[in-house]
Ligand binder design. Structure first.
Ligand SMILES: Nc1ccn([C@@H]2O[C@H](COP(=O)(O)OP(=O)(O)OP(=O)(O)O)[C@@H](O)[C@H]2O)c(=O)n1
Length: 501
């Protein structure tokens, strides 16, 4: 019994893991690992997500809308997704309608701007850029009366400067900018730019102008340089075809069809583009008060005329066609009015009034034959106005009355104007929003002005926090094991047989 106890005690004394050297090494090693991992965890801990903001006002011909965008603060110039977090529709008409009282144009923006003050966190106000871009309504006012358009912009500017944001200016966008930035927005939101994928074309229908923008292999810009915009985005070059048709927005196109029908200055017209039973009195000077039609105002016309609906789609299409000029083209091919257009290519996103109208008419499904679209319009146009009103009590009467014209105009613009056929028509998607952000020029405009789309592809992102901590921990443990193993020659020998000293 006593010999056995002696043997055990001597075994314990000879156990190499209990020598002072190994105990010290182990303790130092463990402390080193804990220290390394602690530093890795603390130093690289993700900070609470911070956001930055940008505000863009879209001062359109029919109304103004305010958009707030948000993005993670550390991803300014990276692939970080910028998202629309809020939009506000300004009450009243577009700013160009305040030409006779510019101060009111500024005042009209107040409610939406106050909303923006609430939505953007106070500590970010001063660094939040604020832009106002005016489109075709102001382009037309500028043509008609440039000092009036300057006054409106001045009034809007002084109203916006009263808010605590970083005001970056109010200006009129060119049609080319409007088209190109709409295209950037659609492709940015669709994630097509970062990945260098084939792009989606953009079709934008406003109240006073309409834009078509797409990339076509057949277009290098040489045939019509004024329709070419080149971009280098995320390391890829794009040669974009874009054209904006002033006066071919939905409201100005309607004016042109009415001008077409009132050339003899008559006191009443039977309009095929309005439902039967619809009747309204219109003022000649109001109708012709736009550079799109002013030179055609009939002499000796009465002050007013009666517009009565006839509800005939085929006749409406004829009137609509008459506002397009297909007779001359100095290029290899044209859309209309002698404007060059390369071969249509790829999918298209159609937004703004394209969406409002086609969505109302239940015509957003583009897989249906064009003939079926015509039939549907035919049936809608021939429905009596009373019935239409009864069926849609919640829809604004102004929009409702115009849907027969608007649907016919959209179909004619797409098929006769831009030459979409059955196949290419089915490549159109009528859209309002993409991933929560409205399709339109505003996002592309802000991304461009804040340099948020780099010309070159950004470096691959660093490891996420969890990955970094795991790698440091594994490396530390491996280094420690390696260290212990390298000390092997110093290890005291241990035999299973008790050694008798
Ligand atoms: N539910 C709705 C809302 C709007 N509209 C029409 O859509 C057009 C407005 O489109 P929008 O993109 O807002 O045009 P603006 O920006 O005002 O015009 P522009 O870009 O030409 O300046 C107007 O004709 C308006 O009558 C419509 O038909 N149905």
């Amino acid at each position: 019994m006593s010999a056995q106890r002696v043997d055990n005690r001597e075994m314990k004394e000879k156990n190499p893991w209990q020598t002072p050297v190994t105990i010290i090494i182990t303790v130092i090693g463990v402390i080193a690992i804990v220290a390394l991992v602690t530093v890795a965890v603390l130093q690289n801990r993700p900070l609470p997500q911070k956001y930055k903001y940008g505000i863009v006002l879209d001062a359109g011909s029919s109304h103004t809308a305010l958009y707030i965008y948000e993005w993670p603060a550390e991803k300014d110039n990276n692939t970080g997704r910028v998202e629309q977090t809020h939009s506000c529709k300004v009450k009243g008409p577009g700013i160009s309608s305040y030409a006779h009282d510019p101060l009111k144009a500024g005042e009209s923006l107040r409610v939406c701007m106050q909303e923006a003050e609430q939505r953007v966190p106070g500590k970010r106000h001063q660094e939040t850029p604020l832009y106002l871009g005016a489109t075709a309504g102001m382009r037309l006012l500028n043509i008609e009366n440039s000092s009036a358009s300057d006054e409106v912009l001045k009034a809007v500017e002084s109203a916006l400067q009263k808010f605590p944001f970083s005001y970056q200016g109010a200006r009129i966008l060119s049609g080319q900018e409007e088209g190109a930035f709409g295209w950037v927005t659609v492709n940015y939101l669709d994630d097509r730019l970062t990945q260098g994928l084939d792009t989606t074309g953009a079709l934008d229908l406003g109240g006073a102008s309409t834009q078509i923008s797409f990339v076509s292999e057949k277009f290098d810009g040489s045939e019509s340089p004024s329709n070419s915009v080149t971009f280098r985005l995320y390391g890829n070059d794009y040669n974009l075809y874009t054209h904006s048709f002033l006066c071919y927005g939905k409201d100005q196109a309607l004016r042109m069809t009415l001008a077409q029908q009132t050339q003899s200055g008559q006191a009443s017209i039977l309009d095929p583009c309005f439902n039967t039973g619809y009747t309204v009195m219109k003022n000649y000077s109001v109708l012709y008060d736009s550079p799109c039609v002013s030179d055609r105002k009939p002499q000796n016309a009465p002050a007013t005329f009666n517009q009565t609906g006839k509800g005939n789609f085929t006749e409406c299409q004829e009137v609509v066609k008459s506002v397009f000029n297909f007779t001359h083209c100095k290029y290899s091919q044209c859309s209309f009015n002698g404007v060059f257009q390369p071969l249509l290519q790829g999918p298209f996103g159609a937004f703004s009034a394209y969406y409002f109208v086609m969505n109302f008419l239940n015509l957003t499904d583009t897989s249906i034959p064009l003939k079926a679209v015509e039939d549907k319009l035919n049936s809608f146009c021939s429905t009596p106005w009373n019935q239409i009103k009864q069926q849609h009590p919640d829809v604004k009467v102004k929009y409702l009355a115009e849907y027969c014209f608007s649907g016919t105009y959209i179909l004619t613009l797409l098929t006769e104007g831009y030459k979409f056929d059955q196949t290419s028509y089915s490549n159109i998607k009528f859209i309002k929003k993409i991933k929560g952000s409205d399709a339109g020029w505003t996002l592309g405009y802000m991304l461009n002005l804040t340099n948020m789309i780099p010309a070159e592809a950004p470096d691959s992102p660093p490891l996420p926090h969890a990955g970094y901590v795991s790698i440091v921990t594994i490396m530390a443990v491996l280094l420690f094991i390696l260290f212990i193993v390298s000390l092997r020659p110093l290890w005291p020998r241990c035999s299973k047989q008790p050694q008798i000293v």
